[in-house]
Design a protein around this ligand. Sequence first.
Ligand SMILES: [Zn+2]
Ligand SMILES: [Zn+2]
Length: 124
Amino acid sequence: MESTTEISNHNENPQIIYRCKKCRRIVASKDQIIPHEPGNGQKCFKWKKRTGDTNTTNECSSIFVEPMKWMQAVEDGNVEQKLQCIGCNARLGSFNWAGMQCNCGAWVNPAFQLHKSRVDECRV
Ligand SMILES: [Zn+2]
Ligand SMILES: [Zn+2]
């Protein structure tokens, strides 16, 4: 690795934030992510729900975060709803206080799920 000329190099832990892909609004930061142990992929799903090879471990296609102020449906007291960007109304994911299953097979409870395909991961 070459030595970098970046001024912010002293920061070994760059802050990572997630933005709505459509309107660039910040929807989460790394601190708000709730990590989960990856599950056993397709094996964890009922037969009908399986979509692929049971031996491949899926990389999580979503991130799970804390409930946040912009999540209007949460503020409204819903138990289970989709999560829409407060800036552009794009659907970013969904939540369920009773929990949801990540595509890796792990259960997250309660679950506030943002699809990685709907948000951009940026370093600040
Ligand atoms: Zn997962
Ligand atoms: Zn948006």
